[in-house]
Every structure is written in structure tokens, then in C-alpha cells.
Write a protein that binds this ligand. Structure first.
Ligand SMILES: [Zn+2]
Length: 232
């Protein structure tokens, strides 16, 4: 392999290492990002708490209703028992029954209202829990895939680094200087392919003598952008 071919190969290795490291950084960010799952968990917890709260209220109101019913029943029993004869006492009993019955009406409305709310909360609780379970399963799958991709990527980058070391040992210090110098001037891509008589980097036409020299395997730079030219 000629020096320019080796530099081109080095360029390809460096490109892949750079892309691999970029993907690796992205994987680490994706692994750490639990935002969606946390939001789903918060929603499910809130729905469960709301449902629980409504059920407690529902129980309290039902208990109160049972108490009221038995009070009304007792008062009615006394009223119609014939035991109470005093008109004042009878009228008090009647008022008490009326007042208890009014309270019972209000209570029954409240119970109906809370039943509707509890039904809605039950639906939200079910939807939120199902969604959370689904997202947890998906996230677990995603994390497994990311971890496995990360492992192969790290292995691939290690292999490329070893290949790079072996390759660099074959490249002359002058060629290496030319490669690194070009990178520091033009950025990550130092070696580009000649497309006919155009530079593959800047697309500007390359003089015939430079094309010829590149074809012969000499290390030449594009006049326009300074990149190292390699034939197809
Ligand atoms: Zn160029």
C-alpha cells in the first residue's frame, strides 16, 4: 500500500472512530434519559392517589347515610309508636325527621356525585397504569438494546484503535505530519478522493500535473482547499 493509500485508510479509520464515539455519547445520554418513564410513573401515582381519596370519601359518606337512615327509622318508630303523647315532643320528633331527611337528600346527591368521580378516576387509573406498564416494558427492551449496541461499539472502537496503531507504524513521519497538519487546517477530513479532475473536498478543478502526480501515488494537496488527494 502506498503512503497516500495508507493515509486514506487512516482517514477512514478516524472517520469511523469519530462517528462511533459520537454514537456512544448519544447512547449514554439515551440510557440516562428516564423523563418519559418518570412522567408516566407520576401520572399513575397521581391517578391511584385520587382514586384512593375518592373511595375513602365514598365510604365515609355511605357510613353517614347508614347512620342517618337508622336515626330516621328510630325517630319514625317513636313518632308512630303511640308512646310519645306530648304534642311538643311529637312536633320536635317531626322536625327532627324532616331535618334528617333533608340531610339525607343532600348526602345522596353527594354520594352520586362522588360515584361518578370515582368511576372516572378508576378509568384514569387503569389507563395510566396500563400505559406505565407498557412504557416500563418498552424502556427495559430499549435499555437492553442500547447496552448491547454500546458493548459492540466499544469493541469496534478498540479494534479500530489497534488497527490505527498498526497502520501508523507503517506510515512515514513526513506523511503523518502532512495528514495531521491538513486536519488542523481544514478540519476532520484530510484525505479526499479525486472525482475525475475535481477535488472531492472542495469540488474545484485540480491542475493536470497534480492529477498525474496523485495517480502516480505521490502525496499532493489540492491547490484550493489544501486537502490530500487520492485517486479513485
Ligand atoms: Zn480541494
Amino acid at each position: 500500500m502506498g503512503q497516500v493509500d495508507q493515509l486514506f485508510h487512516l482517514q477512514q479509520i478516524d472517520d469511523e472512530i469519530r462517528a462511533g464515539k459520537k454514537r456512544l455519547a448519544r447512547i449514554v445520554r439515551l440510557q440516562a434519559d428516564d423523563q418519559e418513564l418518570l412522567a408516566a410513573r407520576e401520572r399513575a401515582t397521581a391517578a391511584e392517589n385520587e382514586l384512593q381519596k375518592l373511595r375513602v370519601s365514598q365510604n365515609e359518606l355511605n357510613l353517614e347515610l347508614r347512620g342517618l337512615n337508622s336515626k330516621v327509622k328510630n325517630s319514625e318508630r317513636r313518632l308512630y309508636s303511640g308512646v310519645v303523647k306530648n304534642p311538643k315532643e311529637l312536633s320536635d320528633l317531626q322536625h327532627e325527621i324532616e331535618s334528617l331527611t333533608r340531610r339525607r337528600g343532600v348526602l345522596e346527591d353527594e354520594i352520586l356525585e362522588i360515584m361518578i368521580l370515582a368511576e372516572e378516576a378508576g378509568e384514569e387509573d387503569k389507563v395510566a397504569t396500563d400505559s406505565l406498564l407498557r412504557m416500563e416494558a418498552e424502556r427495559e427492551q430499549e435499555l437492553q438494546e442500547l447496552e448491547s449496541e454500546k458493548t459492540s461499539l466499544i469493541q469496534r472502537i478498540n479494534d479500530l484503535n489497534n488497527e490505527r496503531k498498526q497502520l501508523i507504524a507503517l506510515i512515514s513521519p513526513e506523511s503523518m505530519n502532512a495528514y495531521e497538519g491538513t486536519i488542523s487546517r481544514v478540519g476532520s477530513t484530510a484525505v479526499v478522493v479525486l472525482k475525475g479532475v475535481r477535488c472531492g473536498g472542495c469540488q474545484v478543478g485540480v491542475p493536470a500535473n497534480l492529477v498525474k502526480a496523485a495517480d502516480e501515488g505521490q502525496l499532493v494537496h489540492c491547490d484550493s482547499c489544501g486537502r490530500i488527494l487520492t485517486p479513485m
